[in-house]
Each structure stands twice: as C-alpha cells, then as structure tokens.
Design a protein around this ligand. Sequence first.
Ligand code: ADP
Ligand code: MG
Length: 332
Amino acid sequence: MLENERPAFVSVSNLSKHYRTGLWRKQSVQAVNGISFDIAKGEAMGLVGESGCGKSTVARLLTKLTTATGGSVSVDGRDVLRLGSAAEELSKKRLVQLVFQDPVAALDPRMTLGQSLAAPLARHGIRGREERSARVRRILTEVGLEPSFADKLPGQCSGGQLQRAVIARALLLNPQFLVCDEPTSALDASLRTLVLNLLVTLRRDFNLTLLMISHDLNVVRFLCDKIAVMYLGEIVEYSPTENLFAFPKHPYTRGLIAASCLGRSEGRVATDDSVKGEPPSPLNPPQGCYFHPRCIHATEICRHEAPKPVSTSSGGLVRCHHWKVLSYEKLR
Ligand code: ADP
Ligand code: MG
C-alpha cells in the first residue's frame, strides 16, 4: 500500500498464475508471480508493461475468468476468488466487470447492440422486456451513442462506437469495479481520445474504481492516480502517477518513459535509457533480477540475487538493487 493511502476497496495480495504447458504439461509459464496492490474506492490504477508481461492474466484473474495458482483478491471486503454459489457469482458480476481490448470480438455479429446489451440484464433477473430496453437506451446515451444504436448490428458501427457499446454493457449492471484491458489499443488516435475522455466522465459519474491496463504509459498517465509497472509477471515499481514520471526509480520504468514521446519532450530521462531487445521467456526466467539481461546498470548482484520490493520515501515500491543510486543520479 502507498503511504497515506485511503483504505483499500480492491486488495490484491500475492496473486499468482502459473500455466502448465508443453508436452505432458510439464513446463510452467509464470504469467503472474506474486503481485500485490490496493485500490481505494473511486481511485484509478494503471497497470503497464510490454506485451506478454502478464497484464491480461491479471485482468482474467480479477474477474475470475481464470483460476489463480495462489494469492487472494478482495473487492469491498468480499473474497472474489473464493465465491462459490451461483447467487454469489451473480452478485460478483455486479461488483466487477471487464472491458476487453477488441470490441469486435466482444459482441455477437448476429445480434443487435440492444440484444447484446439486454442479455446480461435478463440473466440478472430484469424480467420485463420494456424495462430492459429502457435501461439499454439510457446507458447508450450515457456513453454518447444515440438510443437508435440499439437496433444496429455490430457490422453497421465503427470501432469507436462498438467500444462505447462494450463499455455501456459493462456498466449496465452498475459495477463498482471496472477492469479495462487495453480498451483503446484497437482504435485509431482520435477515437482513442474519445474513449479515454468517456472513461474519465464515467468514472466520475458512476464513482467507479478502475484498473486500466495498457502497454502505453500515456494512456494510464491520462487516466490514473497511480501506476504499477509490470515486468515478466512481477510488479517492479508502484507509485503515484506524477511521482512515477518525475522520479522514475526502476530502470525498466525509465525505459518505458524514454520510449514514450512524453519522456523525451519533458527531458526526464535520456534516450539511452530506452530498453533494447526482447523480454526473456516466462517459461525460463533468468536468475537473479528478471530485468538484468536488458539493464544497462546491472552488476554482479543483479545476476544472482532477486531484488526484494522496497518501500520508497516518496510512497510506493521498487524492486531493484540499485534504485537509490539510480534515482539520485543526475538525470542526463
Ligand atoms: P499481456 O496481456 O501482458 O500481453 P498475458 O497475460 O496475455 O500478457 O500473458 C502472459 C504470459 O502468459 C505470456 O507469456 C503468455 O504466452 C502466457 N499465457 C497467457 N495465457 C496462457 C495460456 N492460456 N496458456 C499458457 N500460457 C499462457
Ligand atoms: Mg494483454
């Protein structure tokens, strides 16, 4: 937990997911490796990292689309991973909803948007057709679509309109916690801004608690109060947003900032901080610090000893042997 944080509404502790793969399922992919974070009611947290670092697995774990290997998740005091009965499952769905990356894949092409949106309402006991239709039209207006979109098929809509419909569907059951997995990465730049602005408005109007997953630091900076940076299944840095950009501590965070236009234009980090090469395979993670093969600051200890997460004086956590030296190093 960050210093001076409000009480947790979402609390994730030591969450892990190891997939068994390969011949005879003998190999283990450590997709998520003991991550912990808290999010207060109404707060937005960003989760960033390169493709394959485990972000979508975190989204799937939080919404129970996949079972955890270990750890716990509680939302509003309820143990999400261990809910059992059908009634508990339904009430959990009202608590947590997920917005996927690809709006085209998330909607049935043969159903009108109205039918797709009304289906979860029927499953949650809203019996009257009129009532369902009225709710669908109301929520479409909330996300900036004409109510007449209820009669359209997905093929008749643009990507931005479909993503807004998918967000509307997630909000229909009044969830308190919304997990968005790269909700704008399938959209072009202008639609991306539109959807991000929509999320800002909805967050305020619905008092949503938000986990925003993205490979793009600019997206999470725009929307989030704090940011967790993930590398090969672990959180390597966790900090309030402005602090993360003003004083990036982990070399990987500095690399991500250097790679985004923001970093260069603000002169926070040097371009040679940018991270080169591919991340190692989670099937066979390196010894010591997982980041050391790509780190220009790595020394002997990094090759042998995994760094433990350390609380920083500015609030937050970092997992690097040399973070103190690096963060006080004069920014070039
Ligand atoms: P991200 O969303 O950050 O791109 P993912 O969570 O999708 O990352 O994947 C993390 C790692 O887990 C990757 O190495 C991926 O190949 C692996 N992985 C994801 N889903 C499965 C699965 N069902 N079976 C085996 N490995 C998986
Ligand atoms: Mg993903």
